[in-house]
Ligand binder design. Structure first.
Ligand code: NAP
Length: 292
């Protein structure tokens, strides 16, 4: 069953689950030298973006419409915030299993119950530029069948629905460092993430698989997983050190969100599986003039 919730909300308020969200940049707030900012944005791409990733870029400046899965989670909160801050994102659809009451003019929530079937949502998913898929769960302590259903089946069902409704859209999947493409790992998480990635990459259309290692929560993003919340209380203090000694393994929820949007917008032509270093480069390459 699907419930549609249309939010008519001021740009100022981002309540409840996203209470720390900054307001969207208003049109009036845009600097008058918008062209200069665009030029600066392009310079940033040229400076930071590896040549091999250069691509089939969406028409520069075209606003994108996105759908986010897992918006209530730590990574999803970062993705939604990045969308709200990015003036080049015109619309964000959240497919959630419980209402989040995100209050923002760009956001629309759809409460959905069966994450293996999106037939009722095909019109909502039509004409989108991309899907930021942040839904997931830890494998620890989870029965294998349930972990496969949520990790593999939910992801593939969403990707197929997007491909059918928006064939030109890009699907960005948050996998994880250590995902095993051979699908033979003795670790359930590595094996199932690997098989999910392989199945996604075999679908027609643009797919990007992100394999972040350590993710530092920003802007009050909070994990839905109690164990991770406890872990982050310890590791957050170590973040500056981690960033110094292992920058290739460290990203933030903000960088991940910006990189996901950049993948949709830039459609990098290089490897479709991106690790932390490439994710951070993509985040830096985000060309939208409205990003704050
Ligand atoms: N956190 C990290 O350090 C890290 C590092 C590398 C990779 N990742 C990957 O990134 C993804 C997101 O992680 P996260 O840290 O954001 O996790 P999280 O905070 O636990 O959030 C999980 C999200 O998935 C949704 N979800 C979980 N089970 C669901 C189900 N059965 N049906 C519908 N929705 C469900 C949750 O929705 P509800 O709010 O409704 O439960 C929530 O939106 C995961 O795949 C994870 O493996 C995370």
């Amino acid at each position: 069953m699907t419930t549609k919730t249309t939010m008519k909300i001021s740009d100022r308020a981002c309540t409840t689950a996203m209470s720390n969200c900054p307001p969207a940049p208003s049109a009036a707030g845009l600097p008058e030298g918008r062209t200069a900012l665009k030029t600066a944005g392009i310079s940033v791409i040229i400076a930071y973006f590896p040549a091999f990733l250069f691509p089939l870029i969406l028409p520069y400046g075209a606003a994108v419409r996105l759908v986010v899965f897992g918006a209530s989670g730590m990574v999803g909160q970062g993705a939604v915030r990045a969308c709200l801050r990015d003036e080049g994102v015109s619309e964000v659809l959240l497919v959630v299993r419980r209402p989040l009451h995100v209050q923002h003019a760009k956001v629309r929530e759809i409460v959905h119950t069966d994450f293996t079937d999106y037939t009722g949502l095909s019109s909502e998913l039509t004409g989108l530029d991309g899907c930021l898929f942040c839904l997931g769960m830890p494998s620890a302590g989870c029965p294998e069948e349930e972990y496969i259903r949520v990790t593999h089946d939910y992801t593939l069902a969403a990707a197929r629905a997007l491909t059918a409704a928006s064939p030109a859209g890009a699907f960005v999947y948050i996998s994880g460092h250590g995902a095993d493409s051979t699908e033979r790992s003795r670790f359930l998480g590595a094996r199932v993430k690997g098989s999910t990635e392989n199945a996604l990459l075999a679908l027609p259309g643009s797919t990007y698989v992100f394999r972040p290692a350590y993710i530092q929560p920003e802007d009050g993003a909070v994990s839905r997983t109690p164990l991770y919340r406890r872990l982050y209380r310890v590791t957050s203090g170590l973040y500056p050190l981690l960033q110094r000694i292992a920058p290739r393994y460290v990203t933030t929820t903000g960088q991940l969100g910006r990189a996901m949007i950049a993948a949709v917008r830039l459609r990098p032509a290089g490897p479709a599986v991106l690790h932390t270093r490439e994710i951070n480069q993509l985040a830096a390459a985000s060309p939208s003039p409205g990003v704050r």
